[in-house]
Design a protein around this ligand. Structure first.
Ligand code: HEC
Ligand code: HEC
Ligand code: HEC
Length: 271
């Protein structure tokens, strides 16, 4: 955006001559002029796993504005763009359509293959001949090559493994405590079986994030657990917990008439 603005200022300053030259260039290179611009992409909550492509909802009205510093989504033209109803959640009594989520399955590149090409217990040469008989950890080099985090699974400090989360026979599904399949679009039903406290907080709105209508009865987009947490790496490297550190946004512009933000360095209550 800024580049375009600068270019047009230069254009205005250089005046007519520049215009004539650029018009001639335009005529000489029609193909270059018509080349489509690379789409602008930003991430919503987890870099590399929650990307959203900028598009116009109506002329001059983008679906999202991206930070030029961090590449994170900063503002939404429509908070419900691309969402679907959340689906049934125990203990959550919200009228149909008032709670919506962004489906995870469309972000998972391997998902169309998981339950079809491999892991179905029968079939062509890539298919393991039998499904595992128990949940004991066993290295899966092919998987680790496809999803590098799996080579050294950092979740549960060695106490949990693939089939605590993934359904044994339906590999394009997660699994609940009864062994029933759970959609990838409802990870809260999986995570909540072990992290009940976090599920409760999320349900109450004190963990996670929601955007949408401000009133309590309004329609909201709920961010699901896996939009923020990478289930295969919740204990980031040397920190051994939490997230990979993000680059912070630059500080916001000071309000008009305020010379500096020194007052923020003094805590009003001594401690
Ligand atoms: C804590 C639960 C949990 C464990 C343990 C776990 N997974 Fe996952 N896995 C998930 C969830 C949830 C997703 C969907 C992630 C998302 O929505 O971004 C997923 C996604 C995947 C995908 C799809 C990735 C893609 O980009 O399409 C593969 C493949 C996978 N897991 C394999 C494994 C293997 C193999 C193991 C064991 C080494 C394992 N997982 C352990 C929860 C888990
Ligand atoms: C089968 C049980 C199980 C499931 C299902 C599960 N977790 Fe965990 N999770 C654990 C255990 C065990 C730990 C390690 C706790 C510890 O040692 O402090 C853990 C740790 C974590 C941590 C790191 C806490 C920290 O800072 O050390 C996060 C974040 C987390 N889980 C998120 C999730 C999310 C999101 C999901 C759903 C995709 C999920 N978990 C599903 C068992 C589970
Ligand atoms: C909007 C993003 C977001 C969503 C959605 C989200 N979390 Fe978190 N979660 C966080 C952040 C940020 C932390 C703090 C991580 C840290 O300490 O580095 C956290 C921490 C955690 C922890 C570790 C807490 C501890 O005591 O260290 C667990 C477990 C967890 N979340 C589970 C979940 C589950 C389960 C869900 C879905 C029901 C969920 N989260 C949804 C952002 C999110």
């Amino acid at each position: 955006m800024r580049k375009i603005a600068i270019a047009s200022v230069i254009l205005a300053l250089c005046g007519g001559t520049f215009y004539v030259v650029s018009a001639a260039e335009k005529a000489a290179e029609p193909a270059k002029e018509a080349a489509p611009k690379a789409p602008i992409e930003c991430f919503e909550s987890r870099k590399g796993a929650s990307e959203i492509t900028q598009k116009e909802l109506k002329p001059g009205w983008p679906n999202v504005k991206c930070s030029p510093t961090t590449g994170a989504a900063l503002w939404y033209g429509d908070p419900f763009d691309g969402t679907v109803p959340m689906g049934k959640m125990p203990q959550l009594d919200i009228p149909e359509g008032k709670a919506v989520v962004k489906p995870r399955s469309e972000k998972l590149a391997l998902m169309p293959l998981c339950g079809v090409s491999c892991h179905n217990g029968v079939g062509p040469k890539f298919t393991p001949p039998t499904l595992p008989k128990d949940k004991k950890p066993a290295p899966v080099p092919t998987m680790a090559a496809m999803v590098p985090d799996l080579a050294n699974l950092q979740h549960g400090r060695g106490r949990i493994w693939c089939l605590d989360c993934h359904h044994t026979t339906q590999r394009n599904k997660l699994v609940d405590h009864y062994g029933d399949p759970v959609s990838f679009d409802q990870p809260q039903l999986l995570c909540g079986k072990c992290h009940g406290d976090k599920l409760r907080d999320w349900r109450d709105g004190i963990h996670g994030k929601r955007i949408g209508e401000f009133v309590s009865t309004g329609k909201k987009r709920w961010f699901t657990c896996t939009e923020c947490h990478n289930p295969h790496n919740v204990q980031d490297g040397a920190r051994n917990r939490g997230f990979v550190q993000l680059q912070p946004e630059p500080s916001p512009q000071l309000p008009r008439g305020m010379a500096n933000a020194d007052h923020e360095k003094l805590h009003p209550i001594p401690h």
